[in-house]
Design a protein around this ligand. Structure first.
Ligand SMILES: Nc1ncnc2c1ncn2[C@@H]1O[C@H](COP(=O)(O)OP(=O)(O)OP(=O)(O)O)[C@@H](O)[C@H]1O
Ligand SMILES: [Mg+2]
Length: 286
């Protein structure tokens, strides 16, 4: 037992193509996570969500997954019985999915979904108490009219509000590991700041591990402890968040250069013409 919350080595996810062959979308990803905030950045399609979903055991049915190691707190995700994974997902691992529309049950009121989430995590909490916790949490993620949202159906709340409902639903469970996939991208900056505060507090107070998937390098470098940079299904760089600005990998530098800056010019995102590992070693020297 290493005491690590997450251990991943050589994770691969492939999808079957029309000609029957398999194309790998995640190609040998590896990292470990303790009780800390790990950011995963990288352009669209680089495999960030699939990596998070692999850990949760919720990949699309058509995906073929393998790994030398894929463990949550010592549990082997690939060989664990479905029931064990269901229990872990109900209580100890939470994921805020990238698109909240598909995560909420459309025919169940928002409040009831949060209450069920609370009681799934701790069945000893009574219904009235769970309702109070739910409304408090809706208020904490800055929903101005929490009672109304509590009684609403998902289609009656806006997209950004739906995202906050999802966040509230995961936070009330206080999981040991939270995978947050673009959790704040549809939120305005003040709400975003509040959500980050709550996440930060959970990591510190509850000793939670957080995987924070985002396009926003600036945000990740300020908020996370460590950052993984993904490109075409691989990890090209792993770096302390505070050192991100001085990253040496050409792709990470490229990502940094195409971040909007005040008074700055925008560079196009680079396409690597060499093996990312070779570039990392040599810094791109010819
Ligand atoms: N259900 C699927 N069937 C076939 N291919 C898929 C499927 N889901 C993902 N892929 C492939 O895997 C790649 C990585 O997907 P993933 O969702 O992990 O990207 P991402 O890094 O999260 O991107 P984004 O920033 O846009 O959310 C995609 O570009 C796509 O080619
Ligand atoms: Mg994604």
């Amino acid at each position: 037992m290493t005491g690590k919350l997450v251990e991943i080595d050589d994770l691969r996810v492939a999808f079957r193509q029309e000609d029957g062959s398999y194309a790998e979308a995640v190609r040998g990803v590896g990292f470990t996570l303790g009780r800390e905030k790990l950011g995963i950045v990288g352009e669209s399609g680089s495999g960030k969500s699939l990596t998070g979903r692999s850990l949760m055991g919720i990949l699309p049915k058509t995906a073929r997954v393998s790994a030398r190691t894929l463990r949550f707190d010592g549990n082997d995700v690939l060989s664990a019985p479905a029931e064990t994974m269901r229990k872990l997902r109900g209580s100890r691992i939470g994921m805020i999915l990238q698109d909240p529309k598909y995560s909420l049950n459309p025919v169940m009121r928002v409040g009831r979904q949060i209450v069920e989430s609370i009681r799934a995590g701790d069945p000893k909490i009574g219904k009235t108490d769970a309702e109070k916790i739910a409304i408090d949490m809706l208020e904490a993620v800055q929903i101005r009219d929490p009672e109304r949202v509590f009684r609403a159906y998902p289609h009656e709340v806006s997209g950004g509000m739906g995202q906050r409902v999802m966040i509230a639903m995961m936070l009330v469970r206080e999981p040991d590991l939270l995978i947050a996939d673009e959790p704040t991208s549809a939120l305005d900056v003040t709400v975003q700041a509040r959500v980050l505060d709550i996440l930060d507090e959970l990591v510190t107070r509850r000793n939670m591990g957080l995987i924070f998937i985002s396009h926003d390098l600036g945000l990740v470098s300020r908020f996370c402890d460590r950052v993984i940079v993904m490109y075409a299904g691989q990890v090209v760089e792993e770096i302390a968040a505070k050192d991100l600005e001085n990253a040496t990998h050409p792709y990470t530098q490229g990502l940094l250069n195409c971040m909007p800056r005040i008074n700055g010019s925008l560079e196009p995102l680079p396409v690597l013409d060499r093996d990312p590992a070779w570039l990392a070693e040599t810094g791109g020297a010819k």
